[in-house]
Design a protein. Structure first.
Lengths: 192, 492
């Protein structure tokens, strides 16, 4: 009897391609903001102007967020690997953990923004910082919603090795969110 | 992959239009919306041109701020609300067919993009009309209305980006098996290149708009949201090199339309693919933001900016060579009355080449032309070429889009009027620029940069050109409405 197991689809992975274009657009957005931020900052530094008030930007919150995002990138990879191997229990765990870390990152950033004591209209630096950090919060929030959708699909048995494109697409987006935060962490929290 | 919904039975034409994910229906919305915006932009351009005739009287606009709002609305309407949507109409319908795809990938996302753009376009227009716009030189506009305009621009940019993502995904993932990227027709190829570059530039425009919006709202602006600074942050999209990207799909339209009409293929396909790709990459302009110039050489005098302006001329000439080669080898088959799409697409390519030459002259530092009306002439030549080329494309594929050929005679008549208008505006404003007339003249002679010289006569010629261009837009609008009304099986 011939083997009736359906072969894996060979059609190009349209969801991943679309996610790559979308993620590329997000990277271009942040590229524009970072370009403006570092350009004006370099100008201010050249003139000897203080960029942020002394002690205004603390390292710990940014560092904790960076660690959270870095670990979440690992758990996202775990989710992709689990889905690829049809390991549903690990996929549930990995997707849920990634989403929880995303929520934790949003919570931590929102708390710090409220606590920082720097009004948005203090200077160009604060306006830019709030726009960049706020935009990244929106990006992570969208990622968390996407992960929630994936988790629901996984619970319904729809995220499998044959239908893994949505997970791979979300992973691409999440890795980009982590990479962008790395620039924020170095450029804003560390370099100040 | 999401499949296209079938039409719901028992729903009204309006319900079908709004809920449809059919690429042809979406393309009609993009094309009609784009054409309407082009008409609005041409009206704004004509009013500004009339005001420029009498800079002492200020007969049409009460202040320089009002004039500025219409002057900037003219450019926004033509680029973001006009030409790009018309090109997306072709990308939504024709590109999937050229690539052998069953349909556009992600049709629901494409529908979301279309309606997001339309709502954003409406907000943008309203923002301009209620004394907002993208800031004013003297800060005389309404802040809330300016915020509304910025929000509209963000929705427009968002809609355009999602639509472009759907088209690019279709080219990459949906094309027929065995068809390589190098095998796709020229319109699809140029759309692929232009779309990729737009996806790199539109988000940067969005970043500029978000920054201005956040700074504008609720309190005195620090810098980015200051009324006299908003336009300068966004203006890079409406000038060299970003503006060239509008003309890139037009080059693809010309090559496909002429190739189809003459029945011959370009002998040097590989060269043309490379040339059009180079044209796209030389058009990347997100870096050219003079507002953020730091001490040292201004960005518009940097080598990369100047080099791009000169390098794009031979690239455009290579594409023109391909077009002329096609006409040389197959032109005899066109007969005494060549199709309107062929005539208009050849004109569009010629105008594009003329625009690139003027763009190169514009950056020659000793002539100091960057702030003069040469910039406006350059804009008119390239955007005019894009509009004429897009109309040529809609005419060429009209049969596939609407099932009937439409009115090629009216399309041709409108195209010739538009060409006349573009040439008159481009030539007159270019010469005025060399005489020192400012790009934005304001409402007095001092701001305009000249003491009542020969530019008055040149401005009259430019105004005649604006009239001709507007007449062309009206002819095309009538032809489009007739075409839709004659569509088999419905009004569209």
């Amino acid at each position: 009897m011939a083997d009736m197991t359906p072969t894996a689809p060979t059609r190009p992975r349209s969801l991943v391609i679309a996610s790559a274009f979308g993620t590329g657009a997000v990277l271009a957005y942040f590229g524009g903001l970072f370009g403006i931020y570092f350009s004006i900052r370099a100008d201010a530094m050249a003139w000897g102007t203080r960029w942020f008030p002394e002690g205004a930007i603390e390292l710990a919150p940014g560092g904790m967020n960076m660690a959270t995002m870095a670990v979440s990138a690992v758990t996202m990879g775990w989710a992709v690997h689990s889905v690829l191997n049809d390991d549903r229990v690990h996929a549930y765990l990995a997707l849920a953990l990634t989403a929880v870390m995303g929520i934790a990152m949003v919570n931590q950033t929102a708390f710090y923004i409220a606590d920082i004591g720097l009004p948005i209209d203090t200077s160009q630096a604060t306006t830019l910082m709030f726009v960049i950090v706020g935009s990244h919060l929106v990006m992570v929030s969208i990622g968390v919603l996407w992960l929630g959708l994936l988790l629901l699909r996984a619970l319904g048995g729809q995220d499998t090795s044959r239908h893994r494109d949505l997970v791979s697409a979300a992973a691409l987006y999440w890795y980009a969110a982590t990479a962008i935060y790395a620039v924020i962490w170095i450029g804003i929290y560390i370099a100040k | 992959m999401t499949t296209t919904d079938s039409d719901a039975s028992g729903s009204t034409a309006m319900e079908e239009a709004i809920t449809s994910t059919d690429p042809v229906t979406l393309a009609k919305v993009w094309a009609m919306g784009g054409m309407t915006a082009v008409l609005a932009g041409l009206v704004a351009g004509l009013l500004v041109s009339l005001e420029r005739l009498d800079l002492e009287g200020a007969g049409i606009f009460g202040s320089g701020d009002e004039l500025f709002q219409f002057w900037s609305a003219h450019r926004v309407a033509l680029v973001l609300l006009g030409v790009l949507p018309m090109l997306i109409a072709l990308g939504t319908t024709i590109v999937p067919r050229q690539c052998g795809a069953n349909t556009l990938l992600f049709p629901r996302a494409a529908a979301l993009a279309c309606w997001t753009w339309l709502i954003g376009a409406g907000m943008t227009v309203v923002g301009f009309l209620v004394d907002g716009g993208l800031g004013t030189p003297d800060g005389g506009g309404q802040r809330q209305a300016t915020a509304l305009t910025l929000m509209g621009i963000l929705l427009v940019v968002g809609g355009l980006m999602v639509a472009i993502m759907c088209i690019l995904s279709t080219i990459f993932s949906g094309r027929a098996a065995g068809m390589g990227l190098g095998d796709i027709p020229y319109l699809s190829w140029t759309t692929l290149v232009a779309g990729t570059i737009w996806l790199g530039m539109l988000p940067v425009l969005a970043a500029n708009a978000v920054l201005a919006y956040v700074d504008l709202r609720g309190r005195p602006a620090i810098r980015f949201g200051a009324e006299d600074a908003i336009w300068e942050q966004l203006s890079w999209v409406f000038t060299h090199p970003a503006i060239y990207l509008l003309a890139l799909p037009v080059l693809g339209i010309a090559l496909d339309a002429i190739s189809s009409a003459t029945g011959s293929e370009p002998a040097n396909r590989g060269v043309l693919l490379i040339a059009t790709a180079a044209f796209g990459f030389l058009s990347f302009g997100a870096y050219a933001q003079s507002f953020f110039d730091t001490p040292g050489t201004p960005i518009m005098e940097e080598a990369i900016y100047v080099l791009a302006a000169f390098a794009i001329v031979p690239v455009a000439l290579v594409v023109l060579g391909g077009v002329l080669d096609l006409l040389r080898r197959g032109g005899s088959g066109l007969g005494p009355r060549p199709p309107a799409s062929v005539v208009l697409s050849v004109i569009a390519v010629l105008l594009t080449v003329a625009g690139t030459v003027l763009g190169a002259l514009r950056v020659v530092a000793p002539w100091d032309l960057l702030e003069t009306s040469v910039t406006g002439a350059h804009f008119t030549l390239i955007v005019g070429a894009a509009i004429i080329g897009a109309v040529a494309g809609l005419n060429h594929w009209g049969q596939e889009l609407l099932g009937s050929p439409g009115s090629p005679g009216m399309i041709l008549l409108g195209g010739l009027a538009a060409s006349l208008g573009v040439v008159l505006i481009g030539a007159a404003d270019a010469v005025s620029g060399f005489l020192g007339q400012a790009d934005f003249t304001g409402v007095d002679l001092a701001t305009a940069g000249y003491p009542g010289s020969a530019t008055a006569a040149l401005n009259s010629i430019s105004t005649l050109g604006a009239v001709a261009f507007l007449v062309a837009g009206l002819i095309w609008a009538v032809a489009g409405v007739k075409h839709l009304a004659a569509e088999p099986g419905g009004t569209g």
